[in-house]
Design a protein. Sequence first.
Lengths: 291, 266
Amino acid sequence: MNKQMTAHEVVAQLKDGMTIGIGGWGPRRKPMALVREILRSDLKDLTIVSYGGADVGMLCAAGKVKKVVFAFVSLDFIPLEPYFRQARQSGAIEVMEIDEGMMLLGLRAAAWGLPFMPTEVGLGTDIITRNPDIKVIDSPYDDKEWVAMPALKLDVSLIHADKADARGVCQIAGPDHYMDDWYARAAEKTYVSCDELVETEYFHDPVQARMVHWERSMTTGVVPIAGGAHPTSCSQMYGFDVPHFKAYTASAKDEAGFQGYLDQYLGASEEEYQQKVGGLDAIRSIELPTY
Amino acid sequence: MTAATDYTLAELCIVAASKSFASEGEVLATGIGVIPRLAASLAMKTTNPDLMMTDSEAWLLSEPNPLGKRGDDFVPATETWMGFSRIFDNVWSGKRHAMLGPTQIDKYGQSNTSALGGTYDKPKVMMLGARGFPGNSISHPNSFFVPSHNTRVFMEGECDFVSSIGYNPERLPRGHSLDDIDIRLVITDLCVMDFGGPDHQIRLVSLHPGISAEQVQENTGYPVHIPEGVPTTEVPTQEQLDIIAAMDPHNQRAYQIKDNPAGDRS
């Protein structure tokens, strides 16, 4: 089955009000080219589930978001995401604020067809008091109370991988695939942008196949977009774009705000965007961060 | 070991914070921020070689990495993969001790990393979010590092948003006891504290050189239990300072506490 498609075709599959999971972590390996295609669309009222970074901030700033399910939204080296902050501080969005591990449990529950996962995480905190939809339950096996973390069922997940073949075999060769395998499994449909489209034979080397973290039946569509994670990183290929994130963050204090950022960078297509940020060679030469 | 005479407050805090990891045995030491990370590194290099640490990215290390840029020929001592999903397997096993720096810590030891002021739907200041604090606080021991001890951090009343469970009887989950909660040391620029006072009240453990118990109380928005004869925080030895310098070759520790004061303020 040939699953290759364009970013435009992916976004044409999305509908107002959908719950969309976004892979990656903070400023790391986010499917930003797909996010940008959403910014170019008329989509609205989305619920976004994410270990959030500028993906969440940009979608909030563009008025695409009804609700964010999050444990954090951060650019790491810039701790506070400027536009998520604005959205929260103006009361523009609903939220479901949970613990990082609870998000993993919610994705696993959705992936495994369970209504919830029991956990003690969240007990005694405002995670429980601020989320009336998260129930605390009795256990059939002991006298303690437990949090029933509900399944985070996703209509769609968007993920960026290093390499993929047209049948949907996706490789994340960087040091961490984060929770992307669970995003792929928790969603009805998963669309994966990749830095490089490869032939299936590439994976016949077990060393390469070992870095494939979910089976192709979980992948709905594959979108080859070299540099498609920019301005986030795609380790080991490129780091995150520090000057770009600084300019993005500074734009939140400008009069033109996010519209100014969009006018300067977004363009009508990913090709235009990449020209505006210096081209693919510049993206691919961004140094990896030192932790 | 002889005490050094020339040391910064940051270095004093690193040595004081490293004590929280000393008798932990074989657990993952997670120090978020320069001083906590150096504290964990120092403990792993001296008092507790059984500690485990990550590279703050995706690998578990047999030897802590020095902070900041390392030479092109540097080879990290990786021993296993430790991506973020696997961190939670470790967290929920309890074999971890994290040292973190929340924005608020209330009299119960509850902390806030999420939202300040206003209402929850429209906070005055939105911060990071709850992050992993809820899970950390109920799963394994935790310590706090506070670079500026004041009544905004140690505030009156309860945290605006409770990210981590503390010794608050009103929030205690059914079937749990307050003793299940394990907050270890609170290291600040003034002193070391814990929650070992009566009924888990915050308690002064040691005062940094030149700091008085009155200063600590004035800068804490709730009563601090102050036992008789509180000692002075142990001064770093030259050996400890040398290890810290080797782990922090770019001197990032000099930028962690305002104006990088000397360790002895008397």
